[in-house]
Design a protein around this ligand. Structure first.
Ligand code: NAD
Ligand code: LMR
Length: 338
């Protein structure tokens, strides 16, 4: 059957070449943190996604209710809820893709790094279980601080002897989604045709949108570039402040996570798909992890692309982000090895 995503626009140039693919493979996807602010709408989007056959919803509590609710939707995807440590193994067994939005979100005044103390341990525990129960699965990490939680995941999997750098991704798709929206608004573009690559990391100045490589091409003033870059870098904080203590981005994040998950599944099915994501990398000297444009295929990130030609402003931003990103990576590696 030829499958078109029900919810996700596929016309952006950074995406699939064909726009459709055969969704014939059986694919089990688990969401860890499925009862949360991101987890629930993400589960809804994946219950509507033709590339998924089984959806396993895991959280410390409340997943039986979420699963029962979703299971009444008349799509063919089978949904099951799992709650608590002793059900984690069953949730993960046979998974092709594991998406991890488990952990606490920011409140106003916090940085993403302030979440490290709680979320680092949660990610370590959950990825350890992935290494035991679904060592070949692709892992999409949403839990912040992504700049550190991805290196943590890699170290945990290395210790288990099952690490495949092509299969561990930090999800930075929300940065691309936001960039596309803000640029389209600014220049009056059709947002579906707008595509901004975003590289670096996923926190403040480590988020680097490459407006010089965006499509459609446009002329910008220096002020426009600076203002747009700053808005993209602070967009998460914009939402945290608007929510005023009630958490961070959930709905736009669920959309972004569903898009990235679908791209991973399309890749698994043999369709080459292009996305930006935070991966282990040798693209920038001295940074072992870096968000770059990647080609997704049956084995995960089959190609990680160089940053390409940068403007002097982008070069300057890249130099500025290096020390912060390096220190977040080192913090994650050290915690993962403990
Ligand atoms: P939330 O508090 O609404 O939901 C988190 C869920 O994780 C809760 O249901 C909680 O029970 C669950 N959880 C906690 N410990 C767990 C464990 N050990 N095992 C399984 N589940 C566990 O938070 P949210 O708004 O959904 O955000 C989740 C995370 O995603 C935060 O760290 C946030 O900063 C991050 N986030 C990342 C991006 C990104 O672009 N990568 C965007 C938005 C939010
Ligand atoms: C985002 O970019 O919205 C997330 O990383 C959540 C946050 O804390 O800003």
């Amino acid at each position: 059957r030829s499958a078109k995503s029900l919810v996700l626009s596929r016309r952006s140039s950074s995406r699939s070449a064909s726009g459709t693919a055969m969704a014939s493979s059986m694919r089990k996807v688990a969401i860890l943190g499925a009862a949360g602010g991101i987890g629930q709408p993400l589960a809804l989007l994946l219950k509507m996604n033709p590339f998924v056959t089984n959806l396993a919803l895991y959280d410390i509590a409340n997943t039986p209710g979420v699963a029962a609710d979703l299971s009444h939707i008349n799509t063919s995807i089978q949904v099951a809820g799992y709650a608590g440590d002793d059900q984690l193994g069953d949730a993960l067994a046979g998974c092709d893709l594991v998406i991890i939005p488990a952990g606490v979100p920011r409140k106003p005044g916090m940085t993403r790094d302030d979440l490290f103390e709680i979320n680092a341990g949660i990610v370590k525990t959950l990825v350890t279980a992935c290494g035991e129960h679904c060592p070949n699965a692709v892992i999409n990490i949403i839990s912040n601080p992504v700049n550190s939680t991805v290196p943590i995941a890699a170290e945990v999997l290395k210790a288990k002897g099952v690490y495949d750098p092509k299969k561990v991704f930090g999800v930075t798709t929300l940065d691309i989604v936001r960039s596309n929206t803000f640029l389209a608004e600014l220049k009056g573009f059709d947002v579906v045709e707008t595509d901004v690559p975003v590289i670096g990391g996923h926190a403040g100045i480590t988020i680097l949108p490459l407006l010089s490589q965006a499509t459609p091409m446009a002329d910008y003033t220096a002020e426009e570039i600076e203002a747009l870059t700053t808005r993209i870098q602070n967009a998460g904080t914009e939402v945290v402040e608007a929510k005023d203590g009630a958490g961070s981005a959930t709905l736009s994040m669920a959309y972004a996570a569903a898009r990235f998950a679908e791209s991973c599944l399309r890749g698994m099915n043999g369709e080459p798909v292009f996305e930006c994501a935070y991966v282990e990398s040798s693209v920038v000297e001295g940074l072992d992890y870096f968000a770059s444009k990647v080609k997704l295929g049956p084995r995960g990130a089959e190609e990680v692309f160089p940053v390409g030609d940068l403007t002097p402003f982008e070069e300057e931003c890249l130099e500025k982000l290096k020390p912060e990103l390096k220190s977040s990576i080192e913090k994650g590696i050290a915690f993962g090895q403990k």
